[in-house]
Design a protein around this ligand. Structure first.
Ligand code: SAM
Length: 334
């Protein structure tokens, strides 16, 4: 096989060139839609991928055409040594973009480091701009830290996107006020449908879907218009006239964007997922710890990429381990 053929491609012709890596399953918030309030079984440390293993895996993915990674979790800033790890990641040649997703609780103190390292973008999760409501949703009193992190990211001129999960009866009334954050800030405010990854059983009847989100935006902002959406962006972008930033709507539960999916995921345990909704297709940590050579791991990655489901609905239907999704997003990384 020639080098040019060594890429991660699925049988639908989509190339996976974007790797999302969860570096921990631990979190310092307890967002009710993501994690149970108590009784969480964190993974034993020895079962987590080490930074060395993650770097090796990333280089293998890079060899197979991956050029962008996102570091996520759990909360990535809870893992010791994260800044040094990011520095190492940035030295991997051919990796064009390194992004991070964070809840912003501990992040502000690292913004100068992120800037120095040359981080390419930060996604900050913030589901409410009402201190009390934020506390109800996240079960922690951390709003001030998170909001001040947003201000500092902007001051540092780091490309910032906000992730806002919309939950029926919890924060849909805040959509207009949260959208206003993009009025004088050059950020993307992205409203995300809630997904069934809350670490327990789940009923999907209460989803506030993307059409309801768009309706709320259109009724509150008469000058809102569809904007050009970059290739592979799961968000449909909108522009409100006169606003510096943009609004995005992500149909994460309706899954209308799967046709252009370019993502592959690696959990903190080293489970490779072709799709957020599948139950894992390969244990890369196990391959590494049993001494598999680089070339054989790459062959495995190419083999499993061919198994990627056409869309998230099919991936969910084909789950073997758990027909009902009982995973928490904190182990997958979002
Ligand atoms: N701790 C970091 C953070 O809060 O951004 C990174 C990990 S978190 C799992 C990544 C993203 O997934 C966050 O924006 C979070 O709101 C989102 N998320 C978690 N559970 C979700 C769910 N059930 N439905 C939709 N989004 C979810």
């Amino acid at each position: 096989m020639s080098n040019s053929q060594k890429i991660l491609i699925d049988k639908w012709g989509r190339q996976m060139d974007y790797l999302r890596i969860a570096v921990t399953d631990r979190c310092n918030l307890r967002c009710f839609y993501c994690m149970p309030a108590e009784g969480i079984d964190y993974l034993p440390k020895k079962e987590l991928m080490t930074y060395e293993e993650i770097l090796r895996a990333t280089s293998l993915f890079r060899d197979l055409g991956v050029n962008k990674v996102r570091i996520t979790g759990g909360e990535p800033f809870l893992r010791k040594g994260l800044i040094n790890f990011l520095k190492e990641l940035k030295t991997i040649k051919g990796l064009e973009k390194v992004h991070i997703t964070t809840n912003g609780v501990l992040t502000a103190q690292y913004i100068e480091d992120l800037k120095r390292i040359g981080i390419d973008g930060v996604n900050l999760s913030i589901d409410s701009i009402d201190k009390e409501n934020f506390k109800k949703i996240t079960r922690r009193d951390e709003f001030d830290n998170v909001f001040s992190c947003l201000q500092k990211l902007i001051e540092a001129d780091i490309h910032t996107k906000l992730n806002v999960v919309v939950m029926k009866g919890k924060n849909e009334h805040e959509i207009p006020a949260i959208a206003e954050l993009a009025k004088h800030r050059n950020i993307h405010v992205r409203f995300i449908e809630e997904m069934p990854f809350n670490g327990s059983d789940y009923s999907t009847s209460d989803i506030w879907n993307h059409q309801q989100i768009i309706h709320s935006l259109e009724s509150n902002f008469k000058t809102i218009e569809r904007d050009i959406t970059p290739k592979n962006d799961p968000a449909t972008l909108y522009q409100i006239k006169g606003h510096e930033g943009k609004i995005g709507v992500i149909p994460a539960f309706s899954r209308t964007f799967c046709g252009t999916c370019n993502r592959i995921r690696m959990t903190a345990l080293g489970t490779i997922k072709n799709c957020l909704y599948d139950d894992g297709v390969l244990d890369i940590k196990q391959l590494m710890r049993t001494g598999e050579k680089d070339e054989s791991i790459k062959s495995e990655l190419m083999r499993i990429s061919m198994q990627k489901a056409q869309n998230g609905h099919q991936a969910e239907a084909a789950r073997k381990n758990t027909k009902v999704i009982g995973e928490s997003m904190s182990t997958i990384g979002g």
